[in-house]
Design a protein around this ligand. Structure first.
Ligand SMILES: *Cc1c(COP(=O)(O)O)cnc(C)c1O
Length: 319
């Protein structure tokens, strides 16, 4: 038991890799390859699961229940982690239509197929019901239905998750970079980065969603207020993309060899490069951008792009 959890709970320290250097200004961008932490569990989702799964195990809870959409990196990571640790997992998935013909859904959706193959029980619910998932009534209903379980919120963010994301930055990162960049959905990863970064480091959070509501979410988990939040104003909102983004990502993969995904890290790097181009940073600024993983979602994303006849990400086979 102990040795099994050691496998999961001691991720190797990710490497930092040069993404780009700008010859005229001397600015460099390195990427922290958290996507390489574990072959089955995408970077920041493993960080967020670490202390939650430990907590469940310490209390002898054998089942984990959590929530996500049909392409959720968190669902994929939870299913894999529970499989490795010998825990049962239940995934409450948004979209009851996906459960009508499970075999068809699993055939068409790599994320859900992988989760299913790891032994996760998939429970498909309507969007209305999904919206109520954090209410006491909803929790009670799932407890009646499934018995005892450890509940992890959508996206995996809670206090214990922040404890995990605070372990992303190393002493080396605190000493060698002026700016730290991270992409955000719920903001749990960003909060951990903010808590652990040096006071002299500038932190830029690239939201995957429009608007600035995320500021309050992040502020729930940190007392620091000196971070910059960049709203997703380039591409029209969460999971929206454009040919420009996809072409940018294909080019940057050719140049750097580092695969990005289109919802978080691709947009972050695009936005960051735009900032460099308009002179947002002094010369010789050393920037570290955190690669939060999520590459498992590319197959599903590409499927939709190809269906629409749009340019798609051409490095899927190389990662
Ligand atoms: C989930 C996810 C994020 C967002 O993390 P939060 O902690 O929810 O802000 C960023 N990048 C990738 C690749 C993710 O899968």
């Amino acid at each position: 038991m102990e040795s099994e959890s050691t496998l999961l709970f001691h991720p190797t320290i990710a490497i930092n890799q040069r993404f780009k250097s700008f010859a005229d200004s001397g600015i460099i961008i390195d990427i922290k390859r958290e996507d390489l932490l574990h072959p089955q569990m995408s970077g920041n989702k493993l960080r967020k699961l670490k202390y939650n799964l430990k907590e469940a195990q310490d209390h002898g809870t054998k089942t984990i229940l959590t929530y996500g959409g049909a392409f959720s990196n968190h669902i994929a990571a939870t299913a894999a982690a529970c499989n490795i640790l010998g825990l049962k997992s239940i995934g409450v998935i948004r979209g009851e239509e996906l459960g009508v013909d499970l075999e068809k859904t699993l055939n068409q959706n790599k994320t859900l197929r992988t989760a299913h193959n790891y032994g996760m029980k998939l429970v498909f619910v309507t969007r209305e019901k999904y919206k109520l998932k954090d209410t006491a009534a909803s929790l009670r209903e799932y407890h009646r239905q499934f018995g005892k379980f450890y509940n992890i919120p959508e996206g995996g963010t809670n206090e214990l998750a922040i404890k995990g994301t605070q372990e992303i930055l190393t002493d080396f990162d605190l000493e060698n970079y002026d700016v730290i960049c991270v992409a955000a959905g719920t903001g749990g990863t960003a909060a951990g980065i903010i808590n652990s970064a040096g006071l002299d480091q500038k932190i830029i959070v690239f939201s995957a969603l429009k608007g600035d509501f995320l500021k309050d979410e992040i502020q729930k988990y940190t007392t620091r207020t000196d971070f910059t939040l960049v709203s997703e104003d380039y591409f029209g909102g969460y999971a929206r993309s454009s040919n420009e983004l996809i072409n940018y990502m294909n080019n940057s993969f050719r140049e750097s060899g580092i695969p990005l995904e289109p919802i978080y890290t691709g947009k972050m790097m695009y936005g960051l490069e735009q900032m460099v181009e308009v002179g947002a940073f002094n010369s010789k600024t050393r920037i570290l951008a955190v690669h939060t993983g999520g590459l498992q979602g590319i197959a599903g994303y590409n499927k939709r792009l190809i269906k629409k006849g749009l340019p798609y990400l051409q490095y899927e086979d190389d990662i």
